[in-house]
Design a protein around this ligand. Structure first.
Ligand SMILES: Cc1cc2nc3c(=O)[nH]c(=O)nc-3n(C[C@H](O)[C@H](O)[C@H](O)COP(=O)(O)OP(=O)(O)OC[C@H]3O[C@@H](n4cnc5c(N)ncnc54)[C@H](O)[C@@H]3O)c2cc1C
Ligand SMILES: NC(=O)c1ccc[n+]([C@@H]2O[C@H](COP(=O)([O-])OP(=O)(O)OC[C@H]3O[C@@H](n4cnc5c(N)ncnc54)[C@H](OP(=O)(O)O)[C@@H]3O)[C@@H](O)[C@H]2O)c1
Length: 420
């Protein structure tokens, strides 16, 4: 037993990190391998790995510069006493502004818009002067035209509309970090005041994509890197960008810990059939399940539903999957490539297409597993299961819902989910 945890993570190294997508893909999904070294960490298939990220150095530097702070200023955080730079790198989330910070602007901005408006007029004068215009500073007609022509420039008014209109707030914080907001409102905060408002850095969880029996001493993940660009700067998800860009293979120490599952487990009886539905990164635990089922050598059949945008660019673990099929370990493999034809084809469409067989498997006691997007995919797959029970099980809507949600899910615990 090891005592590594979110608060006391094991400092591992990434030994491999490569993109699984083919050329021309819109996505960047990586296979990432961590070395468990002498940590004593163990895991079973179905568990998740916790990863403790750090903020990118350039974002930390730009924030310190924008706020006019001294990076060596000593501060005390929930992790102890350290320099401001270290605190901003390791202890807090700085990549997206939180609502509390936007709310705190009320006490910081002046109640009339003169400061910003005057700045804009000055900028306007400079630009006109640069163009060799004969417009003279103090041209009262033009200035009075300009002043009211800049709507919403009253900072207090803008803050008020953000703090009283939930949609405006969501819209504003979606694309911004603290650097954007400080620049937008020209406000100043002491480091202590700032650290008191922002959120503590939270570890991220990843479904483990390997069996420890097949990869002793290592743990592997399938990670979709979150990247986007707003207001002239490239940015992205804290942990995925950290793993993809900041961590140097075999060099950087990365904090990890295990997050074991009690429920998302393989059937104890190795002769039980299983159906696995894992589009996108949802395939991760099913690569692990397949490795474990091959290692354990039971007689249960395995049926995998996988899909993503295109067979050309998102056929993750193709060689392994084809190997399992050739060797008879993967009894059925059903794909749903959503963008390889006009109309979208998703895993739930395939499930329904093979509804009669899926129902036969259910009747024979098969387990059903789903992993991936919780918001849309998992709900649609859930609905497809109810429809299969109606169509192929001859049940009423109520009975089908009861069978899927109560019998299979709660009582028999053979409809298991790892959705996020
Ligand atoms: C049990 C569990 C298992 C998981 N397994 C996996 C897995 O196997 N593989 C995997 O890849 N992930 C998995 N996840 C998700 C993972 O934990 C992270 O949530 C994910 O990697 C994003 O983390 P991040 O720190 O990079 O992004 P964050 O910093 O947390 O940012 C993500 C957020 O960015 C925002 N965002 C997205 N696009 C934009 C945009 N264009 N503009 C502005 N904001 C945007 C969204 O609000 C999104 O929620 C799992 C989650 C759980 C709970
Ligand atoms: N809750 C979350 O925060 C969450 C959960 C999952 C993924 N994500 C994010 O989404 C990005 C990519 O994730 P991913 O690579 O795992 O793949 P994904 O976006 O979940 O897509 C995988 C496949 O599912 C399809 N799909 C879209 N809507 C669906 C639906 N309602 N039912 C069934 N299938 C559906 C997609 O098709 P189309 O794209 O062609 O429509 C694609 O073919 C990442 O940035 C990841 O972080 C976030």
């Amino acid at each position: 037993m090891s005592n590594w945890s979110a608060k006391n993570p094991y400092m591992s190294k990434i030994t491999e990190s490569y993109v699984l997508n083919g050329k021309g893909s819109r996505k960047e999904t990586r296979h990432i391998v961590f070395d468990l070294g002498k940590s004593g960490l163990d895991y079973k298939v179905g568990d998740a790995l916790g990863v403790v990220a750090e903020n990118p150095e350039n974002t930390v530097d730009l924030l310190i510069q924008t706020a006019g702070w001294n990076e060596d200023h000593m501060v005390t955080t929930h992790n102890g006493e350290r320099t401001l730079k270290e605190a901003l790198k390791k202890d807090f989330e700085i990549h997206r502004v939180n609502k509390k910070f936007v709310n705190s602007l009320s006490g910081k901005v002046s109640s009339n818009g003169m400061r910003i408006t005057v700045k804009l007029v000055e900028r306007y004068r400079e630009s006109i002067a640069g163009q060799g215009s004969d417009w003279m500073s103090g041209d009262s007609e033009l200035e009075s035209d300009l002043l009211p022509s800049i709507p919403g420039d009253d900072p207090a008014g803008r803050v008020e509309s953000l703090t009283t209109d939930g949609d405006a707030m969501e819209d504003y914080i979606w694309s911004r970090d603290y650097i954007d907001v400080m620049n937008d409102f020209d406000v100043s905060y002491s480091p202590e005041e700032f650290l008191d408002i922002i959120d503590r850095l939270k570890p991220r969880l990843y479904s483990i994509a390997s069996s420890h029996d097949a990869h002793p001493g290592f743990v592997e993940l399938t990670v979709a890197i979150v990247r986007y660009s707003h207001h002239g700067r490239d940015r992205g998800g804290l942990c995925t960008v950290y793993m993809a860009d900041e961590v140097k293979v075999d060099k950087t120490d990365v904090g990890v810990f295990m997050s074991p599952t009690k429920s998302f487990v393989l059937p104890e009886d190795k002769s039980t059939d299983i159906i696995m539905v894992g589009p996108g990164t949802g395939i991760a635990p099913f690569r692990a399940f397949m490795e474990q089922r091959v290692h354990d050598g039971g007689s249960g059949k395995n049926w995998l539903f996988f899909g993503d945008q295109s067979a050309k660019t998102e056929f993750y673990y193709k060689d392994e999957i084809e190997g399992w099929m050739d060797e008879g370990h993967l009894y059925r493999f059903t794909t749903a490539w959503s963008r390889d034809q006009e109309e979208k084809i998703y895993v739930q469409h395939r499930l329904k297409e093979y509804g009669a067989e899926v129902w036969e498997w259910f009747e024979r006691g098969a387990y059903f597993y789903i992993c991936g997007d919780k918001t849309y995919m998992a709900k649609d797959v859930h609905r497809a299961l109810i429809e299969i029970a109606i169509e192929h099980g001859g049940m009423s809507e109520d009975d089908a819902t009861h069978f899927i949600e109560k019998t299979m899910m709660r009582e028999e615990k053979r409809y298991l989910r790892d959705v996020y």
